[in-house]
Structure formats: structure tokens, C-alpha cells
Write a protein that binds this ligand. Structure first.
Ligand code: C5P
Length: 287
């Protein structure tokens, strides 16, 4: 390994407690920082008899990752792609905010995969604790939906595509107190909330026929119908539907299960996979 000049992939396999151990996490971070691509273990039945995360990814999936890397390492060369990721925080006072559980993992995986395929990526990120993935990625860190909106409106005109993966807060407090609100002096309070701008819809309203716009939908009910109406309302070219009902999909998880629907009516469902592999599927279908 130390003398290898080639691209290196690691597909670890171990028992779930070993995988969860902080020393394993540190070692994997070191490998990632050295440019190694980690093919995350899957969840399932383990050799120890336990069930959990640690199962080596299926060989077919590993081969797919490597083949995709070989085919794709230049497929987005010359393209500029905007990716939004993470939550937004809407301040109530200097120490409190309204937010949500988005970890940013899916958006960061998409940014990393676009860069791995040769794109120039602008990653507009809400507050998350993730490192910028390898490659040509310029990260713009924002806190609120208003800041994310401003950054996206500024960056979008120069882009070939935008992938709107952020979980933007729908509402923000109408006023943000300059000083910390004190229970002792204030007593009961009522927060008045005002709607935030819809960033995806704003980009949908100004996109040119050459630009592609991809959004996400996280639905609990009438998933398909809601995703379709969102696609039309925001003038998207594609919408990625992930169901909160699926135990392998959603906030904070390392895995996701998606259906991608195109404005043309074409659609494709994928099985649950690591977010890196899901990012590759989404990019294959949309870009
Ligand atoms: O309407 P809903 O929040 O379900 O739409 C989800 C999609 O729209 C996601 O792609 C999300 O990033 C985007 N969005 C946005 N700005 C908002 C709300 C959602 O860009 N204020």
C-alpha cells in the first residue's frame, strides 16, 4: 500500500463493535485524508452471529464502485455544479436557533462524487461537522436559509447544474433578539415565524434550458404524488425521493434508499446503499 501509486479503495469488514470503535473511526479518517476511497461496510448478518454495520459491501457493489470510478473519473470534466447540503439554523437569539436533524452526509457525498468525476463543485453548506471531500470543491459556509439563498442566487448563473440537497428550514423567527432571552425576566414567550425563501424554486424560476436543477423530497405520506407536484412547482428537472418510512433512509444515516423521478416522466428506484453509492446512482441518472 505504501508504495502503491494507483488509486486505492478500502472495503472494510469487521464486527459491529470493532467498526464502531473510535480507533477504527480515526484510522478510516486517516485513510480518507490520504485520498483513499472508503467503500463503507453494509448492515446485516455478521460472522459473529450479530447483526449490524460491519459486513463487507457485496463484491458486485465493490466492482461497480471501481468500474464507475474508472468510467467516470473524467465524465463531468469542464462542468460546474452547485450542491447545497446540511440544515439551516434560524437564530432566535445569539445562543439559540431553530434547526433540523440533517447531517449533510448526502450532500457531501454528492459533492465528493461530482468532484471525483472531474467537475468543479461549489458546495453551499449549512452548519455540519463534515470535512470537505477531496477534489475541486469550493465550500461556502452559511448558517441561515437567507444566507444560503443569497449564496445560491450569486453562484447559480455560472453553473451547469445545481443539486439542492439541503434541508432548508421552512420558517425563521420574525425577529432575532440581540441579547440572550432570559426566562427569569421574560417569562412565557411566543415565537412568530415567517416563511423562508424557497431556494430551489428561486433557481427554478431563473434557470436556462441548458441548466439542470435537481431537488430532493423527504415525504411521509403520498410520497410519489407529493414529489411530482414539488418537481412541477419548483420547475425541477429531477427530484430524488427518499422515504422517511424506510429504516435505511433519512437524516444522519450512512445509507439511503431513493427513487429518482425526471420531469419527462422517466423514473428509477434503487435499493438501499451507502450514501456514496447513492450519490453515484443519482449522478448517473441525472447528469
Ligand atoms: O418543499 P420541500 O422543502 O419539501 O422541498 C425540498 C426540496 O427543495 C429540496 O431539494 C430542498 O433542498 C429544496 N428547498 C429549498 N429551499 C427551501 C425549501 C426546500 O431549496 N426553502
Amino acid at each position: 500500500y505504501l508504495s502503491a501509486k494507483a488509486k486505492v479503495f478500502v472495503a472494510p469488514a469487521m464486527d459491529l463493535d470493532m467498526y464502531r470503535h473510535p480507533s477504527t473511526a480515526r484510522n478510516l479518517d486517516t485513510l480518507r485524508a490520504d485520498g483513499v476511497t472508503l467503500i463503507e461496510p453494509a448492515e446485516g448478518y455478521l460472522a459473529s452471529g450479530l447483526t449490524g454495520k460491519g459486513r463487507m459491501e457485496e463484491p458486485e457493489e465493490i466492482v461497480k464502485v471501481i468500474e464507475a470510478w474508472m468510467d467516470a473519473s473524467a465524465s463531468l470534466k469542464g462542468k460546474k455544479i452547485l450542491v447545497t447540503a446540511g440544515p439551516t439554523h434560524e437564530n432566535i437569539d445569539p445562543v439559540r436557533f431553530i434547526g433540523n436533524y440533517s447531517s449533510g452526509k448526502m450532500g457531501y457525498a454528492l459533492a465528493g462524487e461530482c468532484a471525483a468525476r472531474g467537475a468543479e463543485v461549489c458546495l453551499v453548506s449549512g452548519p455540519v461537522s463534515l470535512p470537505v471531500p477531496d477534489g475541486d470543491i469550493r465550500r461556502i459556509e452559511v448558517t441561515s436559509a437567507a444566507e444560503m439563498h443569497a449564496a445560491c442566487l450569486r453562484e447559480f448563473p455560472g453553473m451547469d447544474a445545481a443539486i439542492m440537497c439541503a434541508a432548508v428550514a421552512d420558517y425563521a423567527p420574525a425577529v432575532c433578539s440581540d441579547s440572550k432571552i432570559k426566562r427569569e425576566t421574560t417569562g412565557e414567550i411566543t415565537l412568530r415565524l415567517v416563511p423562508n425563501p424557497d431556494i430551489a424554486a428561486s433557481l427554478g424560476a431563473i434557470k436556462t434550458p441548458e441548466q439542470k436543477l435537481i431537488g430532493f423530497a423527504l415525504e411521509t405520506d403520498n410520497e410519489h404524488a407529493n414529489a411530482l407536484s414539488k418537481l412541477r412547482r419548483k420547475n425541477l428537472d429531477f427530484i430524488v425521493l427518499n422515504s422517511l418510512r424506510d429504516p435505511l433512509a433519512g437524516f444522519g444515516k450512512d445509507t439511503n434508499k431513493v427513487t429518482v423521478i425526471a420531469a419527462t416522466g422517466e423514473e428509477k428506484s434503487f435499493p438501499a446503499k451507502s450514501k456514496t453509492l447513492v450519490a453515484a446512482d443519482i449522478i448517473d441518472f441525472t447528469l
